[in-house]
Design a protein. Structure first.
Lengths: 111, 110
């Protein structure tokens, strides 16, 4: 009964080859977040959606894009992955003022 | 900008010990504070959520407290077990964002 589902669990891509990570939720939460987490570091917010309103963090590289076609799904597109983009990518959802729920994450490797 | 600090960065204790993990934050204007557990290579699992109006929350062997005025929260784990070994992160919610600490890596030795 997973509530926030991320696919795939592991993703290997080549340097410069576009990659898309996906996230779906069954909670019907209106806020969805994408975080990047590198080893032993705090999760870093890349962007979030409040319903269809997209909010980009000021320091998120242009290489990272996102789409939210409906309430349930959200995608993270990395247009030209570099070695420094290898990380765990975490999707999370919440309602305003509420608890944050995370998926299991996608571990991205860039060769 | 909100800064969240967790001390210590790592902690090793023998099984059965009671322990306290610390979280401090610089801006007391928060909506809530949440404690998470993260196992290696996995996502974050929510443990406890404390709303800004609350002082503490309990779940099983876990008790979290919040002192907004001093910018501190503690997570108390009673009778620790090897299965408690993981990284524990706290996050505070500002207006529309969650701010995370870097976590405390806990090792409970059998």
């Amino acid at each position: 009964d997973a509530m926030v589902i991320q696919n795939p669990r592991y993703q290997v891509t080549q340097f410069g080859k576009p990659v898309t990570l996906s996230c779906s939720q069954t909670l019907n939460h209106n806020v969805m977040y994408w975080y990047q987490q590198k080893s032993s570091q705090a999760p870093k917010l890349l962007f979030h959606y409040y319903d269809k309103d997209f909010n980009n963090e000021a320091d998120t590289p242009d290489n990272f894009q996102s789409r939210r076609p409906n309430t349930s799904f959200c995608f993270l597109d990395i247009r030209s992955p570099g070695l420094g983009d290898a990380a765990m990518y975490l999707c999370a959802t919440s309602i305003p003022g509420g608890e944050l729920f995370f998926g299991s994450g996608t571990q991205l490797s860039v060769l | 900008k909100q800064e969240v600090t967790q001390i210590p960065a790592a902690l090793s204790v023998p099984e059965g010990e009671n322990l306290v993990l610390n979280c401090s934050f610089t801006d007391s204007a928060i909506y809530n504070l949440q404690w998470f557990r993260q196992d290696p290579g996995k996502g974050l699992t929510s443990l406890l959520l404390i709303q800004s109006s609350q002082r503490e929350q309990t779940s099983g062997r876990l008790n979290a407290s919040l002192d907004k005025s001093s910018g501190r929260s503690t997570l108390y784990i009673a009778a620790s077990q090897p299965g408690d070994s993981a990284t524990y992160l706290c996050a505070v919610k500002g207006f529309n964002k969650f701010y995370f600490g870097s976590g405390t890596k806990l090792n409970v030795k059998p």
